[in-house]
Design a protein around this ligand. Structure first.
Ligand SMILES: *[C@@H]1O[C@H](CO)[C@@H](O)[C@H](O)[C@H]1NC(C)=O
Ligand SMILES: *[C@@H]1O[C@H](CO)[C@@H](O)[C@H](O)[C@H]1NC(C)=O
Ligand SMILES: *[C@@H]1O[C@H](CO)[C@@H](O)[C@H](O)[C@H]1NC(C)=O
Ligand SMILES: *[C@@H]1O[C@H](CO)[C@@H](O)[C@H](O)[C@H]1NC(C)=O
Ligand SMILES: *[C@@H]1O[C@H](CO)[C@@H](O)[C@H](O)[C@H]1NC(C)=O
Length: 380
């Protein structure tokens, strides 16, 4: 996203939206959830569900697969020093058969795993569990302008160190990094994603996401991030996801100008949005807290602490505010009961007002991601 935020900051609202066209290669999913019937490992409540997968880019699935909850449990140990089942995380993922129906816990020992990892759509129910986000790290260093296998530029989405297309993925106590150096102001092609989540019903707790421009690609699907640390400089959380970020730290390393969240949403029917609840915004600024990528972008910060790093104006609606009242405008940006020294800069912004309880409420509860059906109360 925002390849030219820095270079065009003098020409105000004319930001060029470079990767817009890559949206056509996303995975698209349809879900038909039936009533909950199973509780698994007490950590996830799973549903009998049918998945209609029409993802032309990822491997090998046909429509109307019916997966009936995970039916068993398997554990795989990854240890970079050789005392597990595998040396690399991808080798462990490869060992899970396609059309997986088992709850798979991949335990990853302390270490820096320097590899690119992909979890394909055919392998749901996988958990990556590290030994702590400071000691278990998966990292790579691709940038958007780097050449891919076919000689063409990778572009933003394919830079991710770890990409998950599968549903019911979760990660605990592990970090994901893109170690490409941070771009200097005005540099093009330096988007460098650490993690891309394109599956539905993904759960993360105690995870770290480290990068600079475009760290976390919250691509598509319902996602819950609890107690995570997310670091970057420009649009470091971006995509069309429908996600709740609860008790997370959003840490800016911007050197001249930065932005936290860029949400893409282009139709009023799309249920996606970014809901930040009880988070902490820290680091360096000045920062936009949100940018409306698309006419119907939705971003709400509630009960969130802001360090003194918020830019004057605080938000960038990208010219997408089409009406002057909260209920009529197509973008939905707002704040609810935020605090801290940077909070003052959020006041009185016309495109992103202080919400009343009624407007804020949908963005405060896990039902924003239909979490009652797949997130256990103890994990919320
Ligand atoms: C899958 O999606 C493509 C592109 O949207 C569409 O042309 C195709 O008909 C779809 N296939 C099925 C089986 O739904
Ligand atoms: C694993 O190997 C690395 C490098 O060889 C070493 O620094 C580290 O201490 C080892 N860790 C364990 C748990 O043995
Ligand atoms: C997965 O399911 C599809 C569709 O039923 C089938 O074509 C494919 O062979 C299966 N793959 C494996 C490894 O079982
Ligand atoms: C993750 O780390 C936290 C904090 O160190 C710890 O309390 C928790 O038990 C860990 N979770 C797992 C699943 O290991
Ligand atoms: C809305 O945002 C998109 C970028 O996602 C931009 O292309 C468009 O020009 C913006 N403004 C309007 C009025 O649609």
């Amino acid at each position: 996203m925002a390849s030219s935020l820095l270079s065009s900051s003098s020409s105000s609202s004319s930001y060029f939206f470079l990767v817009c066209t890559t949206l056509t290669v996303f995975s698209f999913w349809l879900f038909h959830a039936a009533p909950a019937v199973t509780a698994v490992r007490s950590s996830r409540v799973l549903l009998v569900h049918t998945i209609n997968n029409n993802d032309s880019t990822s491997n090998s699935t046909k429509n109307h697969h019916k997966w009936v909850g995970p039916t068993g449990h398997r554990q795989i140990a990854v240890d970079i020093n050789g005392s597990g089942d595998f040396l690399s995380v991808q080798a462990a993922v490869n060992a899970v058969p396609a059309n997986n129906t088992v709850d798979v816990l991949i335990l990853i020992s302390p270490g820096y795993y320097r590899e690119k990892v992909v979890v394909p759509a055919t392998k749901p129910y996988i958990t990556f569990q590290g030994a702590g986000k400071d000691v278990t790290v998966i990292e790579w260093h691709d940038r958007a302008s780097d050449p891919g296998p076919n000689g063409q530029q990778l572009r933003t989405y394919r830079t991710a160190s770890v990409t998950v297309f599968a549903n019911y993925f979760s990660a605990r106590n592990i970090s994901f990094k893109n170690t490409a150096p941070a771009p200097m102001p005005g540099m093009q092609g330096w988007q460098a994603v650490a993690f891309r989540i394109s599956g539905d019903k993904a759960y993360f707790s105690g995870c770290g996401f480290y990068g600079a421009q475009d760290t976390l690609c919250d691509d598509v699907g319902r996602h819950y991030f609890k107690d995570c640390y997310i670091e970057g400089s420009i649009d470091f959380i971006f995509g069309n996801g429908r996600s709740m970020y609860k008790d997370c730290e959003l840490h800016s390393i911007a050197t001249k100008f930065g932005s936290i969240a860029a949400h893409y949403r282009n139709s009023a029917d799309d249920k996606s949005g970014f809901a930040f609840v009880n988070c902490r915004v820290t680091g360096t600024g000045p920062l936009y807290v949100g940018r409306a990528m698309g006419k119907y972008s939705r971003i709400v910060y509630s009960y969130t602490y802001f360090d003194d790093v918020v830019a004057h104006g605080a938000w960038d609606d990208w010219g997408n505010t089409t009406a002057s009242t909260t209920t009529k405008r197509s973008v939905f940006l707002g704040v609810y009961k935020c605090w801290g020294p940077g909070e003052e800069a959020l006041r009185g912004v016309s495109c992103a007002p202080e919400l009343d309880y009624e407007l804020a409420h949908p963005f405060l509860v896990k039902s924003f991601v239909n979490g009652r059906h797949w997130i256990a109360p103890s994990d919320a």
